[in-house]
Write a protein that binds this ligand. Structure first.
Ligand SMILES: Cc1cc2nc3c(=O)[nH]c(=O)nc-3n(C[C@H](O)[C@H](O)[C@H](O)COP(=O)(O)OP(=O)(O)OC[C@H]3O[C@@H](n4cnc5c(N)ncnc54)[C@H](O)[C@@H]3O)c2cc1C
Length: 493
């Protein structure tokens, strides 16, 4: 991630200190075979790796988790900026994200999130300042959405009826049909009579934020997964949740404490540089722990829970059939603009914007620790390939007037601070065909497993996908050594 407040871009690249160091003076530490316990090394302390480490430790495996950065949490983290604690990017989850909620419970962080009682998304049209809502009632599926859709003012009556028909058709799609992966969502929507306005005011409004791609660039398989699970699996499935504290308090603080209690040895600032077969079976992982310092970790099980490009670089030869496939999984950026006003300008916790370059806006005042009576808004922009590298001055000139257009109170407010966080590889790109490139957790190398939101979970790159992948990898690893996997989340789903 980079944080920019002026036009000099890329001024804080967090992991730069990790690059280009020599590996000398390697210590040798053996984790395998101690006291007859199975041992594991998990590489990567994002949500996937943290999940795998916890699940393996819970099953009685002695686990070492090695993370290159000085903190856990991977792509969902926080940093300090003066008095503020800033999230690198706004994260939300849905009630149907059962694995992520299992994770929250496992790390004892349920008290740090807010989950709506009922789906309610304010949608504000910039041209008219008309406020509509995407909401649900307590009625059973699919009637739970009918009343909200009928009242949604940003579509004509005919468009609302066509949305209902398309939603029902989505519900009939078979997510296991490989043809869905090869089709793009926009073509499917067009073939179901969805107008450009319908796509803009509804399908893309939700889809861009959840898939990190517009419908034309998204696989029907992933879009159907999101909409089918979120809208049609249960009445409450799309109720929205978000962290009411900085993400780092959850994914680093609470997760780190849970790992410690579970007996996991967590090594931060420790980059894995190689994986090779161990002398007595299992695997030997080389870890760079500082300038010229390193350790060799031996383990029965290794879980590689790093992004796809890094996984490609670390996988031993022959471990996956066609490693080049990993490099063909593209990435997509997310940009967040952080605006500190000197007074309150928004009275909702969040809203989505229409007819504006602004996508979603969240109030982060309380969670960031802002004092002095102002308000902190995070403007979250997904699938912004054309904007991710724009200078801060240009983004400021473009977005502050837009916020004033949407929020009349912002017109008389002063801007105390404006800065930008850029995640150029925020997610894998959910393009048609990506499903065929995503590997499962099991490799051809016994004892070596893959995890990460980019692996074949069926979900787009989300926290849910990351946690699921960690559970998949640990389930496979445990079953291969005849140990029970005592976690009902995957079965329940
Ligand atoms: C700005 C932004 C907004 C997002 N919004 C949402 C959202 O609203 N909802 C949602 O569900 N998801 C969202 N996501 C996606 C979500 O954050 C990711 O899908 C998820 O966190 C990925 O977790 P992961 O563990 O698979 O991978 P990562 O988080 O990438 O973790 C991999 C870890 O491996 C470490 N690593 C890499 N190489 C090595 C090595 N050689 N040795 C040791 N460690 C290594 C990395 O430092 C990293 O910590 C968003 C992402 C971003 C960036």
């Amino acid at each position: 991630m980079t944080v920019d407040q002026h036009d000099g871009r890329g001024d804080s690249r967090e992991d730069s200190h990790q690059h280009g160091r020599e590996q000398r003076d390697m210590n040798h530490e053996t984790t395998a075979g101690s006291g007859g316990m199975r041992t594991a090394v998990v590489i990567g302390g994002g949500l996937a790796g943290t999940t795998a480490a916890l699940a393996l430790a819970d099953a009685g495996v002695r686990v070492t988790l090695t993370e290159a950065r000085p903190r856990l949490g991977g792509l969902a983290f926080s940093f300090k900026r003066g008095e503020l604690t800033v999230d690198n990017g706004q994260h939300v989850f849905l009630r149907c994200c059962t694995a992520y909620q299992w994770f929250l419970d496992r790390i004892a962080a349920r008290d740090l999130v807010t989950l709506q009682d009922r789906l309610d998304v304010p949608v504000l049209a910039a041209d008219t300042l008309r406020l509509g809502r995407l909401s649900r009632t307590a009625l059973p599926v699919p009637l739970h959405l009918a009343a909200g859709l009928l009242r949604y003012p940003h579509l004509s009556l005919a468009e609302r009826a066509s949305v209902g028909r398309a939603a029902l058709a989505l519900g009939r799609l078979d997510l296991d049909d490989p043809a869905l992966d090869r089709t793009d969502f926009a073509s499917w929507l067009a073939a179901r009579g969805q107008s450009a306005r319908t796509i803009e005011a509804l399908w893309d409004l939700v889809g861009v934020a959840t898939l990190n791609a517009r419908s034309a660039d998204a696989s029907l398989g992933l879009a159907a997964k999101v909409f089918k699970t979120g809208l049609l699996s249960e009445a409450g499935a799309a109720d929205i949740g978000w962290a009411s504290a900085p993400l780092g308090d959850l994914h680093d603080g609470r997760a780190g404490a849970a790992l410690k209690t579970a007996g996991v040895r967590t090594m931060l600032r420790s980059r894995a540089t190689g994986i090779k077969p161990g002398v007595d079976g299992g695997w030997q992982v080389s870890v760079e722990t500082g300038p010229g310092r390193g350790e060799q970790l031996d383990a029965d099980i290794t879980v590689l829970a790093v992004p796809q490009r890094e996984a490609h670089g670390l996988l031993p030869e022959g471990a996956v059939q066609d490693p080049e496939k990993l490099l063909r999984i593209g990435t997509a950026p997310i940009l967040n603009m952080h605006v500190i006003y000197n007074r309150q300008v928004l009275r909702q916790p969040f809203f989505a914007a229409l007819d504006s370059p602004v996508q979603w806006v969240f109030d982060r005042t309380t969670s960031s620790g802002l004092t002095g009576g102002g308000q902190y808004l995070a403007v979250s922009q997904s699938a912004v390939e054309d904007e991710i590298d724009l200078p801060v001055s240009e983004l400021r000139a473009r977005y502050l007037p837009e916020l004033e257009r949407l929020l009349p109170a912002a017109r008389d407010a002063g801007v105390r601070d404006f800065f930008v966080t850029r995640e150029r590889t925020a997610t894998f790109a959910p393009t048609p065909g990506v499903g065929a490139l995503r590997p499962g957790p099991v490799t051809r190398a016994p004892g070596l497993y893959l995890a990460g939101s980019w692996t074949a979970t069926g979900w787009p790159a989300t926290m849910e996908s990351a946690v699921r992948s960690g559970l998949h990898a640990s389930r496979e690893a445990l079953s291969a050594v005849g140990m029970p996997f005592d976690n009902g989340v995957l079965e329940a789903a």
